[in-house]
Write a protein that binds this ligand. Structure first.
Ligand code: NAD
Ligand code: DAU
Length: 355
């Protein structure tokens, strides 16, 4: 691997992944970050990198649905590996406005597959970053394995499921050298504060209500974002072409417990809020339509085949995350101004809840 194209490298997981590639893997080649910079893309996430690695890191603003321009970039930089993160990623937005999810997640992935197919022999791997949400909801017991049938319940997860099927089909039909990973909920630095954990950190810091959907007993399997990045790098090195790998933290947690832990950490770091614990800010709100009850990943396959294991527990990862948000106030203030305000207003009919 000499020239790695990362799509969506300015978003949450993609930017943490690129940082990991340069800082921890010993990679000596080039990374071409192709990102459209939607509301979720933020060049600031990697602003420090350019100065340190020079032209081994290249940013190109562009749309993965633009076949001609993306193909030109692949040729200009002699790309030999593609790691595909670019997507619309927020379930709540997919419920309000699904069109963009179909375009980016399905048409965009298909466009990339066509381009990789045309470059057979030159591009040796297409890694597709996907989600555990494609499997739908679990009951009280059981885990998602790589052979769990797909049962997506939101427009977001349906669009990701569709993209997974296209990736698999391009391997079976045309021999495109693909790998797929389906990962559980990530958290950590540079997470856009529309998602539960950063939203709650920022609201709790400011003394604003903490919206918990339904009864708050939905379960997610949390993984620190840098553990996800390490897993993807491991798959680029050791994953078998044509295979799917589940990635998870073996860390199931009901949403309400997550919110309580964040409140307690902030009380510990900042002191009580006007003499009261931040747990008092918890507000139960209307449930998300089609809300999946429980996700939990069986990551035996990647662990057995590659030796990968998560390094962080939820306790250590959450502490790091809370500290990161408390320390990076300039990043936070810039991110929550502008388009973020419009989203919060549309979603809840109020002005910002996190300033
Ligand atoms: P994100 O929303 O933070 O970032 C997405 C990035 O893609 C942004 O930088 C955005 O500008 C870019 N993008 C969007 N449309 C584009 C287009 N048409 N062309 C080029 N770039 C475009 O998302 P994330 O949370 O970092 O997720 C990254 C990937 O990981 C997604 O594919 C998502 O489905 C998957 N995933 C996310 C999680 C999670 O917990 N966040 C878990 C499992 C899998
Ligand atoms: O499971 C992997 C998925 O995790 C990824 O594929 C998605 O891209 C990523 O956004 C994430 O999806 P979720 O819907 O699980 O994440 P979110 O942070 O939006 O919500 C986490 C849980 O918290 C979910 O059960 C909904 C709930 N929630 C969310 C928000 C934003 C609340 O109770 N209140 C909130 O305000």
């Amino acid at each position: 691997m000499n020239v790695l194209m990362v799509t969506g490298g300015s978003g949450f997981i993609g930017s943490n992944f690129i940082r990991h590639v340069f800082e921890d893997t010993g990679f000596q080649g080039r990374v071409i970050n192709l990102d459209l910079l939607t509301y979720a893309g933020n060049p600031e996430n990697l602003a420090d990198l350019a100065g340190r690695v020079g032209d081994r890191y290249v940013f190109e603003r562009g749309d993965i649905c633009d076949r001609e321009a993306t193909g030109r970039l692949m040729d200009r930089y002699d790309v030999d590996t593609v790691c595909h993160f670019a997507a619309e990623s927020h379930v709540d937005r997919s419920i309000v406005a699904p069109d963009e999810f179909v375009r980016t997640n399905i048409v965009g992935t298909h466009t990339l597959l066509q381009l990789v197919r045309e470059r057979a022999g030159r591009i040796g791997r297409f890694h597709h970053v996907s989600t555990d949400e494609v499997y739908g909801s679990l009951g009280a017991t059981g885990l998602f394995t790589e052979s769990t049938p797909y049962h997506p319940n939101s427009p977001y997860s349906a669009s990701k499921a569709s993209s997974d099927h296209l990736v698999r089909a391009y391997h079976a039909t045309y021999g495109v050298p693909v790998t797929i990973s389906n990962c559980s909920n990530n958290y950590g630095p540079y997470h856009f504060p529309e998602k539960l954990i950063p939203l709650v950190i920022l609201n709790a810091r400011a003394g604003r209500p903490l919206p918990v959907y339904g009864d708050g007993m939905q379960v997610r399997d949390w993984l620190y974002v840098q553990d996800h990045g390490r897993a993807i790098w491991t798959l680029l090195e050791k994953g078998q072409v044509g295979e799917t790998y589940n990635i998870g933290g073996r860390c199931e947690m009901p949403n309400l417990r997550v919110v309580e832990m964040i409140c307690d950490l902030l009380d510990e770091r900042l002191g009580l809020l006007k003499g009261a614990p931040r747990r008092n800010l918890i507000t139960f709100v209307k449930d998300r339509p089609g809300h999946d009850r429980r996700y939990a990943i069986d990551s035996t396959k990647i662990e057995r085949e590659t030796g990968w294991r998560p390094a962080e527990t939820f306790d250590t990862g959450l502490r790091k995350t809370v500290d990161w948000y408390l320390e990076h106030t300039a990043w936070v203030d810039r991110v929550i101004s502008g388009a973020y305000q419009d989203w919060i207003r549309n979603q809840y009919g109020t002005e910002t809840r996190s300033k």
